[in-house]
Design a protein around this ligand. Structure first.
Ligand SMILES: Cc1ncc(C[n+]2csc(CCOP(=O)(O)OP(=O)(O)O)c2C)c(N)n1
Ligand SMILES: [Mg+2]
Length: 357
């Protein structure tokens, strides 16, 4: 259905690395060869563990899994721009950034296999649990950002959400509140073009999601989300701004979900022909690889070593996940309420009677 009107973007857009792997030298961040190879490695590890999770699901060894294929640059760029003490507040498609911020991969797998212990991170890992209710995490992020401002702690809250989540009231309330109170926060939209089967143009009548920031009174920037360098630069600047006490920033990372919404979805039923192929040509991993190869920083033998390392790491994490002792059946009731309401006590007892009979 044609839209009646599109309000033009008044948004800054940042791109540094193009699809051929060429960089805009004027915008290039001061990252040495080791750091650039590190970003590449981060993304390759993500692609590997994501692919493994899909296979585990197909083999009945994993629950529903939301793939991150195609969105690795957003997650690596943000993770590497964050400081040691910054907080991560994810939605549900942030396994990559979570793993880079210290959440053990075997726990990420456990969570998506329905194990409550998958949300119990090691002490010191500054990451909130996965938030599946769409948009709910924006408010958590604004709240963490406010508490960091009030406590004076040298840390920033980095919150993620999808394009679809920007239609929830929570998004408006969180960003409005964050700007009014000048909280120490950065909000990152992974605009992967789809919210299950709902395309972006049915989600918003604005030309960009970043421009919504202006209505709240905070800077908003759109970045090429398949360009890990642009994501890194924009996030680093936004984090520095928040750290200085100059308030929050909204970053829209334009990317694409190459896979299905989850393993319970079949995206070929609603996506137009050729769209996936077009985005495959903008693959964030290949793009950085072309750059590294062009600069003489990467070759086939290094690639083989990295793929081997990724494989070994993922397999060790699968082993750790599958070796976890079975969780107690009452665990599914135990983490929501301090005191279980009577109707849930009844359900729990019914379940326990069933499994123990
Ligand atoms: C409040 C709420 N409504 C609906 C759902 C079902 N649901 C799960 S993911 C999703 C789409 C989210 O799209 P987006 O925010 O773009 O994130 P993406 O899945 O593309 O990463 C919906 C509608 C939900 N989990 N929570
Ligand atoms: Mg989306």
């Amino acid at each position: 259905m044609p839209r009646t009107r599109v309000y033009e973007a008044v948004t800054e857009r940042l791109e540094i690395l193009d699809v051929e792997g060429r960089v805009d030298q004027a915008l290039m961040p001061a990252l040495d060869a080791e750091a650039l190879r590190g970003l590449y490695r981060d993304m390759v590890l993500m692609r590997n563990f994501d692919d493994k999770a899909l296979k585990l699901q197909r083999q009945g060894r994993m629950g529903t899994w939301p793939p991150i294929k195609g969105q690795e640059a957003v997650q690596a760029g943000v993770a590497r721009a964050m400081g040691e003490h910054d907080w991560l507040i994810p939605a549900f498609r942030e396994h990559g950034v979570m793993a880079l911020r210290g959440v053990p991969l075997h726990l990420i797998y456990a969570y998506w296999a329905g194990d409550e212990r998958g949300s119990c991170y090691p002490e010191g890992v500054r990451c909130f649990p996965v938030a599946v209710p769409v948009g709910s995490q924006w408010q958590h992020g604004a709240g963490v950002g406010l508490s960091l401002k009030l406590s004076g702690e040298d840390a920033v809250a980095v919150t993620f959400g999808g394009d679809g989540s920007t239609s929830e009231g929570d998004f408006h309330e969180a960003l409005n509140c964050a700007a009014v109170f000048g909280v120490k926060a950065v909000f990152v939209i992974q605009n992967n073009q789809w919210a299950i089967s709902v395309p972006l143009h049915q989600q918003t009548a604005t030309a960009t999601l970043a421009q919504k920031a202006h209505a709240y009174g905070m800077p908003g920037i759109q970045v090429d989300g398949n360009d890990v360098l642009a994501v890194y630069v924009a996030t680093r600047e936004a984090i520095q701004r928040a750290r200085r006490g100059d308030g929050p920033t909204l970053i829209e990372a334009v990317t694409y979900r190459l896979g299905d919404h989850t393993t319970a979805d079949d995206a070929s039923r609603y996506r137009p022909e050729g769209e996936v192929e077009a985005w495959e040509g903008r693959d964030p991993i290949q793009r950085l690889r072309r750059h590294l190869e062009g600069a003489g920083l990467w070759d086939e033998s290094q690639e083989a070593v990295l793929q081997e390392e990724a494989h070994a790491w993922v397999e060790s994490q699968v082993k750790a996940f599958e070796e976890m002792a079975p969780q107690e059946p009452e665990a599914i009731f135990s983490s929501m309420y301090a005191e279980l309401p009577p109707h849930l006590v009844e359900q729990m007892n019914e379940l326990l009677a069933e499994v123990r009979s």
